[in-house]
Design a protein around this ligand. Sequence first.
Ligand SMILES: Nc1nc2c(ncn2[C@@H]2O[C@H](COP(=O)(O)OP(=O)(O)O)[C@@H](O)[C@H]2O)c(=O)[nH]1
Ligand SMILES: [Mg+2]
Length: 199
Amino acid sequence: MASSLFSGECTFVAAVQTLDRLPPASLSEIAFAGRSNVGKSSLINAMTKRKALARTSHTPGRTQQLNFFKINDAFLLVDMPGYGYAKVSKKMREDWSKLIRTYLRGRVTLKCVFLLVDSRHGLKDSDIDMMKMMDETAVPYRILLTKCDEIKKADYDTTLEDVKETLKKHPAAFPEPLLCSAHKRIGMDEIEFITKSVI
Ligand SMILES: Nc1nc2c(ncn2[C@@H]2O[C@H](COP(=O)(O)OP(=O)(O)O)[C@@H](O)[C@H]2O)c(=O)[nH]1
Ligand SMILES: [Mg+2]
């Protein structure tokens, strides 16, 4: 059934730029991460059936904060700040790394990170850096290949094989990436199923 876990009550909990502002660790958390423009806000909005829970934007790289939403009193959904945007200053990049690394390391309630990767582009160096951080902090993660409505099957198969090969070297990664599209609502049930099984 389509997204009943995600589509109930949803409340904004906090926008966090420094870790002393983290909401208390209570409910299980799942987080969405990825490069700017990968389709993260669109996917979160499609999952929760909200038009603007997470802000979709054509100007990437602006939000450097972790946004926490409480879903159905069942779990917290965390919208992580996008990375990999070229125009971001070195200082901002360093602040981002510090925030994310500390969050990943210290958050016992964080059960799974969905790492979004554009299916048309495959893994970038910045994705690999993010994956290394999650390996080091032993946070389980699953790759979601986004915008699959825009890619031909043959191209997708190539990306999929590349990603799977890379994942073999990353101990905290689930070995099989998941194909999805926010626009066509592909992969939504699987994301819900995975969430249910970890929270
Ligand atoms: N074709 C297609 N485009 C998408 C999809 N999801 C997002 N986009 C587009 O990708 C761009 C960035 O989306 P957004 O959700 O703001 O990305 P974010 O920066 O990762 O939050 C927007 O122009 C979206 O319309 C999808 O499933 N299919
Ligand atoms: Mg966004």
